[in-house]
Design a protein around this ligand. Structure first.
Ligand code: 13P
Length: 254
């Protein structure tokens, strides 16, 4: 049995004051057995959220890391710096970073390795654009991403990685993949993990769905065999909907 992870990706939203107001409303949530809850915040809010969630069931993570350990990379944040903040998760390879900041699969692979070396759990994002799905190339596209992004990562580390399938056409569009489409892709990714590693790794790895997930559609997505949680953008910004998602997750434990 795999835990369900509800991870809010706040993207570039909220000031620290707004983050603390949110924390005040949600910090009493009891995650329950086999549910993990996390907020993946902008760097500037991480310290304040760590304090605010100290005695709560909500974990804190970042949205990006630089792959180099230190050096002349103005504006960037290293895995060492994140480690010092004692965060649990860090998103890697979100489609917005791949598109707007030209992150390559080689960058994503190096970022995964930098985080794993510090014991921070990467949430690796993969997913296809609309035109690729339109041409029927989505499995190949995601399969290539998974292979390239995990290159050289040993079996001892794969259990410390979460994967999120986020079809780009479903992000922020209100258009969700159907539960069947999302489950099929998450199962396909699990099959790749079995091929690259073994059946125990495939059985254990958490694979999330992301893309316009919200309280209204979460239950049917989380009911699917291969979907172990959600990476949630817009619907994670409001305390009441995050609380509702946590409640739905607790009811969806398989
Ligand atoms: P939305 O939930 O706003 O579609 O965003 C999904 C996402 O990109 C999470 O990383």
């Amino acid at each position: 049995m795999r835990d369900i992870l509800i991870a809010g990706n706040w993207k570039m939203n909220k000031t620290t004051a707004e983050a603390l107001a949110f924390a005040e409303e949600v910090k009493g949530i009891e995650a329950g057995d086999n549910v993990d809850l996390a907020i993946l915040a902008p760097f500037t809010q991480i310290g304040a959220l760590k304090d605010a969630f100290e005695d709560s069931d909500i974990l804190v993570g970042a949205q990006n890391v630089h792959q180099m350990p230190s050096g002349a990379y103005t504006g960037e944040i290293s895995a060492d710096m994140l480690d010092e903040l004692d965060i649990h998760y860090c998103i890697v390879g979100h489609s917005e970073r791949r598109e707007y900041f030209k992150e390559t699969d080689a960058d994503v692979n190096a970022k995964l390795k930098a985080l794993l070396a510090k014991g921070i759990t990467p949430i690796l994002c993969v997913g296809e654009p609309l035109n690729v799905r339109g041409m029927g190339g989505h499995l190949t596209h995601v399969g290539v991403q998974v292979h390239l992004d995990l290159a050289g990562i040993p079996i001892t580390d794969i259990k410390n990685i979460v994967i999120a399938y986020e079809p780009i056409w479903a992000i922020g569009t209100g258009k969700t993949a159907t539960p069947e489409e999302a489950d099929m892709m998450c199962g396909f990714i699990r099959g790749i993990i079995e091929g690259l590693y073994d059946d125990v790794s495939a059985e254990r790895i958490q694979i999330l769905y992301g893309g316009s997930m919200k309280p209204e559609n979460a239950a049917e997505l989380l009911a699917k065999e291969n979907i172990d949680g959600g990476l949630i953008g817009g619907a994670s910004l409001k305390a009441d909907s995050f609380i509702e998602l946590a409640r739905i997750a607790a009811e969806s434990v398989k």
